[in-house]
Write a protein that binds this ligand. Structure first.
Ligand SMILES: NC(=O)c1ccc[n+]([C@@H]2O[C@H](COP(=O)([O-])OP(=O)(O)OC[C@H]3O[C@@H](n4cnc5c(N)ncnc54)[C@H](OP(=O)(O)O)[C@@H]3O)[C@@H](O)[C@H]2O)c1
Length: 291
């Protein structure tokens, strides 16, 4: 349990005065946890794991149980009403709005678990670096998750069309990635949202092994019978992407080293992370890539 923290310059005075044991009891027991991006890869799983563990959850997104839209401030108050913890994620290319963090703290949020990304510093990902700075300076408890590439990119996300088309183009050559399952990211997020001892921590969340994209696609081929050709040079990428975006991403990814596995999932979630093979086998059994 986190102790009451000092008032932040952002906080205002409303929720921190007269905090006592009764109120602290309520904090953990009753109040729903706001999960943003609740229809997405990680948010859906965070919400499911929290619910399964008996926590009240408010699932929010544009199509969520509670409507929340980053571009419509009128939707923020309803999402934030009566919550004290937030799984904070911004969809690809959108920033975490400083005004949202300010409003959340003003309304009584006392803990943020932020979805950032591994390599955020090396890649100079200003969008997510700014989000990290926001929660760090919010004046309330925070944990930053920096996951490696998600396994689910292959069946739910960006790479799905490429897998179905039989060709993936990414300027990463033989560089290795410690692909991580979104269920494991969610397990770390759920622990950080509900347990003591994770505040002020930055967690690199990875799977159990580092694989190059060609190696990952070999695993996929063994499991599914689908052969996906990998084209991994910068020129391959330039040939299929708009010029400015291609150059920006080639530069950012060139700064990445091999992504070594960490022990975060075992340490924080108390279980071994799922291997890429097991992810692929389970996704295949669940019907992924059959069409
Ligand atoms: N993919 C990777 O390998 C990887 C690795 C590290 C970090 N990340 C980071 O992870 C984040 C994406 O997380 P994810 O994969 O869990 O999400 P996701 O599957 O891409 O889904 C996006 C979520 O955001 C919601 N959303 C979209 N636009 C919105 C808006 N304007 N207002 C409110 N909600 C909106 C969507 O729901 P609705 O459509 O219902 O609104 C959905 O729930 C990105 O910031 C990315 O940089 C990704």
């Amino acid at each position: 349990m986190d102790a009451p923290t000092p008032l932040s310059p952002l906080t205002g005075s409303r929720h921190r005065e007269n905090v006592g044991p009764l109120w602290l009891g309520r904090f953990m027991a009753d109040l729903p946890i706001l999960v943003l991006g609740a229809t997405g890869s990680t948010g859906r799983r965070v919400a499911a794991q929290l619910s399964a563990a008996g926590h009240a959850v408010r699932r929010a997104s544009r199509r969520g149980e509670v409507r929340f839209d980053w571009s419509d401030r009128d939707t923020w108050a309803g999402a934030l009403a009566g919550v004290d913890r937030v799984y904070l994620m911004a969809p690809h290319e959108l920033p975490v709005e400083p005004e949202f963090v300010h409003e959340a703290v003003t309304r009584g949020v006392r803990r943020f678990v932020l979805l950032s990304t591994r390599g955020v510093v090396e890649m100079r990902d200003e969008r997510l670096l700014a989000a990290e700075r926001l929660v760090r300076s919010s004046g309330v408890g925070w944990t930053v998750l920096r996951p490696d590439w998600f396994d689910q990119n292959f069946d739910e996300g960006f790479f799905r069309p490429s897998v179905l088309a039989g060709e993936l183009v990414l300027p990463l050559g033989e560089k290795k990635q410690a692909f991580v399952d979104a269920d494991d990211i969610a397990a770390v997020a759920a622990a950080a949202l509900t347990e003591d001892g994770h505040e002020g921590r930055v967690y690199e969340v990875t799977g159990p092994e580092a694989l190059s994209f060609p190696q990952a696609l070999d695993v996929l081929a063994r499991v599914t019978g689908r052969q996906v050709e990998f084209r991994g040079t910068p020129d391959d990428y330039r040939a299929v992407m708009p010029a400015d975006l291609a150059e920006e991403q080639i530069r950012a990814w060139a700064a990445l080293g091999d992504g070594e596995p960490t022990d975060t999932v075992a340490r924080v979630a108390g279980r071994e992370p799922k291997s890429f093979h097991d992810y692929a086998a389970q996704a295949w059994e669940g019907g992924a890539w059959h069409d």
